[in-house]
Design a protein around this ligand. Structure first.
Ligand SMILES: [Zn+2]
Length: 148
């Protein structure tokens, strides 16, 4: 069954509930228990872990929209992630909608270097430029050391 609370529907007051339908929830969401959901939202401080939007407050990127939090998988189920609390994080609906492609596991340096070594020289220089912009201090100290 799907029951909305004031957390789901801004038209409802605390303590009011609305029965949306009596169908069982789809399999993909029933893997996460209510307890796990509450635990993860509480651990994340009811704050979107990508943009910092707070549940129930106007969304930073669209103040007309009230922030609703969902649980997102850190490692996607299709990549071997689980429904365990440690693989879940609070995401607002705005970030959740755009998060499909950024829930991939983070690549390790060895994987990245494998990719970069195979790239053309000008592509490698693009990566270098981006890294130098991102880490100017580290880039400076590296070039200073190699000049000795
Ligand atoms: Zn967000």
């Amino acid at each position: 069954m799907n029951i909305e609370t004031d957390k789901d529907n801004s038209a409802l007051k605390p303590g009011q509930y609305r029965l949306v339908n009596t169908k069982p929830l789809p399999v993909f969401s029933s893997g996460i228990s209510k307890e796990t959901r509450a635990f993860v939202l509480d651990r994340n401080g009811f704050t979107c872990q990508m943009c910092g939007a707070v549940a129930g407050e106007p969304h930073p990127s669209d103040p007309s929209r009230k922030t609703r939090l969902h649980l997102g998988h850190i490692i996607d189920l299709s990549h071997g992630g689980t429904d365990d609390a440690q693989n879940l994080r609070a995401l607002c609906s705005v970030c959740n909608e755009g998060a499909q492609n950024i829930t991939l596991p983070r690549p390790k340096a060895t994987q990245l270097l494998t990719q970069i070594r195979r790239a053309a020289g000008d592509e490698q220089v693009e990566v270098l430029k981006w890294l130098v912009r991102k880490y100017p201090k580290q880039a400076q100290s590296l070039t200073e050391n190699s000049a000795d």
